[in-house]
Ligand binder design. Structure first.
Ligand code: DX5
Ligand code: ZN
Length: 215
């Protein structure tokens, strides 16, 4: 049984039938549901907010892995907690105090994540390691699905895997993950793969998820 977890990004799902899509990827065997929240400010795209997350929550018991590509973020964290998030990942590049945000998420019993854009050094994460359950490495510039994987991030993934050492922190990768790049990221040390277009490219979600997981 592979220890690699698959987190389909619903950014690539059919928004006109989101609830149905969620139960389909649940039945197809995904591990997490990756929810890309974008505010049109931190990234040049707008997706969905807490009300949509609240509405899709009843469609699955799988982990809601909420990726907040928003800035500011602190004042909105309670909304995502109430909406049913299980993991809340914020970006290191935000203006808010990152440590305060991580402590707020933790205080409510949720898992904490931090994400860094391709141009942000992994060294910026070192001071937060004791507060983290997940590190999300962007392998594209955040904002859109269907972009090309950035091989330049493989060294960063390796370095973060070393930084994590024995700590139980998930190393998640996000952007351009498909059947060939998935293997590169797993070999570099990733154990959670976000995939939007690779999962939703056709309606055979079970096959697409299993292919990504097999290295
Ligand atoms: C991009 C998002 C990614 C994206 C992945 O900003 O954070 O999760 O949806 O989509 P693919 O897998 O198509 O690159
Ligand atoms: Zn994402």
């Amino acid at each position: 049984m592979s220890s690699v977890k698959i987190a389909p990004s619903i950014l690539s799902a059919n928004f006109a039938k989101l609830g149905e899509e969620i139960s389909m990827i649940d039945k197809a065997g995904c591990d997490y549901i990756h929810i890309d929240v974008m505010d049109g400010h931190f990234v040049p795209n707008i997706t969905f907010g807490p009300e949509i997350i609240k509405k899709i929550r009843p469609y699955t018991k799988k982990i809601f892995d909420v990726h907040l590509m928003i800035n500011p973020v602190k004042k909105f964290i309670p909304d995502y907690i109430n909406a049913g998030a299980d993991i809340i990942t914020i970006h290191e590049e935000i203006n808010d105090d990152v440590e305060n945000c991580l402590r707020l998420i933790k205080k409510h019993g949720l898992k904490t994540g931090i994400s860094i854009k391709p141009n942000t050094s992994e060294k910026k994460l070192e001071k937060y390691l004791d507060l983290l359950d997940l590190i999300l490495v962007m392998t594209v510039e955040p904002g859109f699905g269907g972009q090309t994987f950035m091989h330049s991030q493989l060294k960063k993934i390796k370095n973060i895997r070393e930084m994590i050492g024995e700590k139980s922190i998930d190393l998640e990768v996000d952007g351009g993950i498909n059947n060939s790049t998935s293997k590169l990221t797993i070999e570099a040390g990733a154990n959670v793969l976000v995939a939007g277009s690779a999962v939703f490219r056709n309606c055979n979600y079970k096959h697409n998820i299993e292919e990504l997981r097999s290295i």
